[in-house]
Ligand binder design. Structure first.
Ligand code: PMV
Length: 417
């Protein structure tokens, strides 16, 4: 069971709103972002979203980055409707429809044609869904992963489904299946053509490596130039490097990465994380026509991390980049204060000096002269918008408090855009 549902609640309902006879049933969940350290890039089945290689990620803490989704069903609703960040969007999107269809199918299967009329009625009602991120959408911060994981969690809760749900979340966005678990998560590519063995499972819980920290260096809140769906299929069709990566490199790296995580070996974990990010972006360059997700600033951050590690004589920070220019830095708690100061000196904040560091607290650090000279070589003022300090966190959560629902008693969003 991947979700930390509250105890004592009947599935799929707000307390007091269980019976189908009542006007409205509602459930709210939150779900996390995840960052891959062994990247997924490329599908072997674009409809079922089956990957060409397995992948491994770290789930980030929802105190800093999360999606919240409320799903409601009512006999009074005349159509399915969906709101993202307060604005109504097309509910007919095939991936949203796939998630809705699959959760409903599991709910029916669970009831097995039984006498549970409450759920059967719920299943015949239209749904309203409202979802909000507390971070920029489509900026390479895996918002679709948190979004689909949250959609599936909230719908499952609404209908009382407790099955393995990573298979359903995968139908929304491949990486979303990894957001169904906390901590360190592997998405096994699977072998079957129907996708029933292409599932995510937890390698280690979020408590396994208490010193591990994550710094998200936000350089751009803009939408990515090439959506991952289009980009990865061009890569599958044209990149010989991607084929070699999927067949030869990733299987070896996955086994190594799991070992580094189990042993809490930051040197090994950090090096492999950087190498795998670099190879992913190399496959993007090997794609024809090529795709560029990194920009000059990303490359600046990569060079800075290497200078910093070289100065210290071992791997103290490790970068990784998804389909966007924002850098995600893994490090250990005892390095955070110093490295944040290095980033601040390298990218002096233009206007928001007091909001430059967000999330978990960061202490002050005085940088030794030799470190400044060796590492902070050519400052670029204003280039990093802000740093978000976070750590590994748990999987999807049920929100018990009815005041937190994103939909009101009328089934419409409480806050409009
Ligand atoms: O799940 P998608 O289609 O958004 O693809 C995500 C791909 C990467 O973020 C670049 C890598 C990964 O494994 O998350």
């Amino acid at each position: 069971m991947c979700m930390a549902w509250g105890r004592g609640l009947r599935p799929g309902v707000v307390p007091g709103a269980m019976a189908a006879e009542r006007a409205l049933a509602m459930a709210t969940c939150t779900a996390p972002v995840n960052i891959a350290v062994i990247k997924y890039w490329g599908k072997r089945d674009t409809d079922l979203i089956l990957p060409i290689n397995s992948s491994l990620s770290v789930t980030l803490h929802q105190d800093q980055l999360k999606t919240t989704t409320t799903a409601a069903a009512s006999r009074d609703f005349t159509e399915d409707r969906l709101w993202l960040n307060g604005a109504e969007v097309d509910v007919g999107h095939p991936r949203v429809q796939a998630c809705l269809r699959e959760v409903r199918r599991l709910a029916r299967k669970r009831r097995g044609g039984s006498e549970d009329t409450a759920t059967l009625s719920l299943l015949s009602y239209k749904v309203h869904v409202a979802s909000e991120n507390n971070f920029p959408t489509a900026a390479g911060l895996a918002s679709s992963a948190a979004g689909y994981a949250c959609l599936v969690s909230a719908l499952a809760r609404l209908y009382g489904v407790e099955d393995e749900l990573s298979e359903v979340a995968r139908r929304g966005s491949g990486s979303a299946c990894r957001s169904m678990w906390g901590g360190f998560v592997q998405w096994q590519r699977g072998e079957r053509s129907d996708g029933t063995d292409s599932l995510a499972h937890q390698v280690a819980p979020e408590t396994h490596w208490p010193e591990l920290r994550v710094l998200v260096l936000v350089v751009s809140g803009k939408k990515k130039p090439v959506a991952s769906t289009a980009g990865m299929q061009t890569s599958v069709e044209t990149s010989p490097l991607l084929k070699h990566r999927a067949e030869v490199v990733v299987p070896e790296r996955l086994a190594q990465m799991i070992r580094h995580i189990r042993e809490r070996d930051f040197e090994g974990f950090g090096q492999l994380t950087m190498q795998d990010s670099n190879q992913f972006h190399a496959t993007c360059l090997d794609t024809f026509p090529p795709i560029f997700y990194l920009n000059d600033l990303s490359r600046h951050i990569i060079a800075l991390a290497h200078r910093y590690n070289t100065h210290h004589g071992h791997t103290k920070v490790a970068y990784t980049f998804d389909a966007g220019p924002n850098a995600v830095i893994f490090t250990l708690a005892d390095t955070v204060d110093e490295f944040v100061e290095v980033v601040r000196c390298s990218f002096p904040p233009a206007t928001n000096g007091d909001q430059f560091v967000r999330g978990l607290p960061v202490g002050s650090a005085a940088l030794p002269q030799e470190l400044m000279a060796a590492v902070v070589t050519e400052p670029v003022p204003g280039a990093v918008q802000y740093i978000l300090h976070t750590k590994p966190g748990p999987g999807p959560q049920l929100v018990d408090d009815p005041s937190q629902h994103l939909l009101g008693a009328d089934g419409l969003p409480r806050r409009h855009a």
